[in-house]
Design a protein around this ligand. Sequence first.
Ligand code: DHB
Ligand code: FE
Length: 283
Amino acid sequence: MARLIGGLGTSHIPAIGGAIHKGLQQQPYWKPFFDGFPPIRDWLATQRPDVVVVFYNDHGLNFFLDKMPTFAVGAAPLYANADEGWGIPTLAPLPGDLDLSWQIIETLVEREFDVTSCQEMLVDHACTLPVKLFWPEDPCPVRIVPVCINTVQFPLPKARRVYAMGQAVGEAVRSWDSDQTVAVLASGGLSHQLDGERAGFINKAFDLRFLDSLEADPEWATQFSIPEIIEHAGTQGVELLQWLAMRGALAATGLPVRRLHRNYHIPISNTATAVMALEATGA
Ligand code: DHB
Ligand code: FE
């Protein structure tokens, strides 16, 4: 059976792509953010996952407001990106893993999560940047399964539902008849609001409480309604749902979870950034 070794999380601000492209990682503005990654890359270098399931939200590249699935799973051999207008260079397509994609889709539908399966799928900065941050090597050494959760167009799925969907993804990985090593990755958040009266809103106390909960009390955030999450974390801070899905997947291993590394820095662009790695101990 496949091994689910742990979970990663990072914010996905488009400007990060420009900073990587221009080699600005050591500049004072960027260093506190990029410094979060080397300890996690060291761990990944020892664990060498073959596949990573990426929980993220598309921002209008593959799904626009006219067609918005609540949960969509990629089932493509390759995932191209495109010019999103943020100034991020277009990268080489990321390789997919068809076998794990269908294992996840079949398990989710069996568990009554009626997902949209996507045999063609463009992935935006929320998928490409985290993969590039954790695996800067070229060509990309991991295959991906993108799991897109709508945090953009109302109505959004409830936190408890997202956590349960993540658990079902974790069960799909655990029951995958394969010798592959798998990690799960959350992309998004933490608190930020890009528009409206509260543009620039950040809530450090809530963010840190949320990160703590992922270690010790993973269902803590499922108590909140979507309006409550937005009140605490900002309109786009609702992306923290992606982290709940990642944590749900780890919970499905039944293994104790240990924090390997965590970094929090305010702000990059308009966003409170977090980087984290959780190990499923004994996987
Ligand atoms: C920013 C943050 C995001 O999550 C995003 O998708 C786009 C922009 C920002 O802070 O600039
Ligand atoms: Fe975003």
